[in-house]
Write a protein that binds this ligand. Structure first.
Ligand SMILES: Cc1cn([C@H]2C[C@H](O)[C@@H](COP(=O)(O)OP(=O)(O)O[C@H]3O[C@@H](C)C(=O)[C@@H](O)[C@H]3O)O2)c(=O)[nH]c1=O
Length: 203
């Protein structure tokens, strides 16, 4: 396994090692001790999620109030998604910046998104199946969203699917109504960088 910190500090790309044989393939996509050693983040599993999305489905940008926040360790078991991390931590040196990792059933990478960061993904194929481990249980009243199409963030979402066909973005009603990053900041909805990093280092 190889770990690479992304342009947004607190987010990592994880490259997995594949063992292929006549039966198919085997791989480890999460190893707690190795990951903690590489990243300094001691990930404790509280919940595991799965979502299945048609091509063009765009979920996010989502984040949870810190503390405790919700760290996520994400992979794509089937299909392909462009997975994006956005720095929504007010006061962060990389505030408003984003980075992405292609998660698919070929490279079988994973991405880690620490507490206080925004997370979104776009499905590039029908039936894309995203599996993610969460550090805290779902708490709807503590979960927030920022528009994934906010031009000030400027995420370069792909316009074509894996097979080259054009994509029409499909967002939930909640995500369609999500504020811009600037609006969320003005309304005091965003995590604070200093308290987030203090909280993580106390874990
Ligand atoms: C996220 C979540 C949703 N739900 C329910 C609430 C709702 O009825 C239904 C669909 O929820 P949502 O529309 O919020 O699902 P979705 O838009 O897929 O939300 C997810 O997006 C990605 C980008 C993330 O990072 C996740 O943490 C999560 O926020 O599932 C749970 O029961 N548990 C959960 O952990």
């Amino acid at each position: 396994m190889e770990y690479r910190e992304l342009r947004v500090p607190g987010a990592w790309e994880i490259n997995t090692r594949h063992f292929g044989d006549d039966r198919g393939v085997f791989l480890e996509w999460f190893k707690g001790a190795l990951f903690a050693g590489a990243s300094g983040h001691d990930f404790t599993l509280a919940q595991a999620n799965c979502s299945v999305s048609a091509a063009g489905v765009l979920r996010g940008i989502h984040y949870a109030d810190v503390p405790p926040g919700q760290a996520k360790y994400v992979t794509c078991a089937k299909g392909a998604v462009l997975d994006v991390v956005v720095d929504v931590r007010v006061g962060s040196p990389t505030y408003g910046q984003w980075d992405s990792v292609l998660l698919d059933d070929v490279d079988r990478k994973a991405i880690y998104i620490s507490e206080g960061l925004g997370h979104a993904f776009l499905s590039l194929e029908d039936g894309s199946t995203v599996m993610y481990l969460c550090s805290t249980p779902y708490s709807p009243e503590r979960e927030h969203e920022v528009s994934p199409l906010d031009p000030a963030i400027g995420i370069a979402w792909p316009t074509t699917a894996r097979d080259g066909s054009p994509l029409t973005y499909e967002l939930s009603v909640k995500d369609q109504a999500a504020p811009s990053l600037a609006d969320a900041a003005e309304r005091g909805l965003l995590p604070d960088f200093a308290s987030t990093t203090n909280w993580i280092s106390s874990l």
